[in-house]
Write a protein that binds this ligand. Structure first.
Ligand code: ATP
Ligand code: FE2
Length: 328
């Protein structure tokens, strides 16, 4: 059985193809980017981008997998959460393909898809999941039939926070890799606000503080980049470690675009080593938003008996990780 997954929650339009044994057949994407110095994403512009690129991304993915749409057995798409304008494009394509080719359709949750692809492509069995991406920052673990959120950001996501500061310093988008490169040339650690409230984290005060320090002209970009990482990542490690202790879990799985940061990976590995736990990381093409994870979660749900009609195949921009029953 072959599943085709469509990802369109935010800036990335992706198509993935996977079979029921978990063999990766294709994982293609096109990413909307903004020019250096420009502000963030405008939903209507991103959605327009997706309408331009979907045809090419789809045909490239099928070509790489050496398949046609007739060979596909299931159409999966990201149904939640995300930017409404963008989600609509993926759902539209999914409905069109499902009805034209007479295939079953399944809408899935993007955050859980990040987690499930991580379980497939790593040795993790029952991990605490540190989901560190652009818009989302959550510490998730399975308990009592659901993926529970044990901690999360109270304001902006870690990636958006890093990207905002990178843009502020004129580094362009995406900021994560640029901040990382700068950090390697740092000479000093600058003390920054460290904000952990219970199990939650907050980055907006840290962002304001970094901007003020940058404007003061007293600190180098390199030192600011380094200190940003040390502070913000330490906050994530602290909360992840506490979730592991609370749930009694011995595995940590990293996912989301920021989980590609070698510094965050290092810090998590050190923490896990200290507590005799295992740390699993993924390759960048499955850390960032991708269609493959959507294809895989759709397949898991379909095999467990989920059915969705075309009229049910809507979008749910605000549906949260912990509102979904894990029945597969
Ligand atoms: P989501 O919808 O899952 O919340 P998203 O669509 O905004 O997230 P992703 O594609 O998962 O995002 O991740 C994008 C983020 O990852 C950006 O903030 C980018 O700066 C960051 N990023 C990408 N690669 C790296 C890297 N190598 N190191 C650090 N950060 C990175
Ligand atoms: Fe994502």
């Amino acid at each position: 059985m072959i599943s085709l997954g469509i990802e369109s929650t935010a800036h990335t339009f992706g198509i993935g193809l996977i079979d029921s044994e978990g063999n990766v057949l294709a994982n293609e994407r096109a990413v909307f980017t903004t020019e250096e110095g420009k502000g963030g994403m405008i939903p209507a512009e991103v959605a327009e981008h997706h309408t331009f690129v979907f045809k090419d991304v789809l045909s490239t993915a099928l070509k790489k997998a050496d398949l046609t749409l007739d060979d596909v057995d299931l159409i999966s798409y990201s149904q939640s959460p995300g930017i409404g304008n963008c989600l609509k494009i993926g759902a539209m394509l999914a409905r069109t393909l499902a009805s034209t080719y007479n295939k079953p359709i399944i809408g899935v949750n993007h955050c859980i898809a990040h987690l499930e692809i991580g379980k497939l492509l790593s040795e993790a069995k029952d991990p605490v999941f540190l989901y560190a991406s652009g818009a989302n920052t959550q510490i998730i673990a399975y308990k009592g039939g659901r993926y529970r959120i044990f901690g999360e950001t109270l304001d902006i996501g870690i990636g958006n926070f890093i990207d905002s500061f990178a843009r502020y310093m004129g580094l362009g988008f995406p900021g994560g890799p640029k901040i990382y490169d700068l950090s390697l040339k740092a000479k000093n650690y600058i003390e920054l606000p460290y904000v952990v409230k219970g199990m939650d984290v907050s980055f907006s005060g840290l962002l304001t503080n970094l901007k003020q320090k940058y404007n003061s002209g007293t600190y180098s970009k390199e030192d600011l980049a380094y200190s940003l990482q040390e502070t913000a990542f330490a906050m994530l490690v602290e909360v992840s470690e506490r979730a592991m202790g609370h749930c009694g879990k011995q595995e940590l799985l990293l996912g989301g675009g920021v989980a590609s940061s070698l510094r965050l990976q290092d810090m998590c590995k050190n923490m896990c080593r200290d507590r005799g736990a295992k740390c699993f990381t993924l390759k960048t093409d499955v850390n960032v938003d991708n269609g493959l994870m959507i294809a895989w979660l759709g397949l898991l749900e379909y095999k467990a008996g989920k059915k969705m009609s075309i009229t049910e195949s809507d979008i749910k921009p605000y549906l949260r990780t912990d509102q979904i029953d894990v029945f597969w």
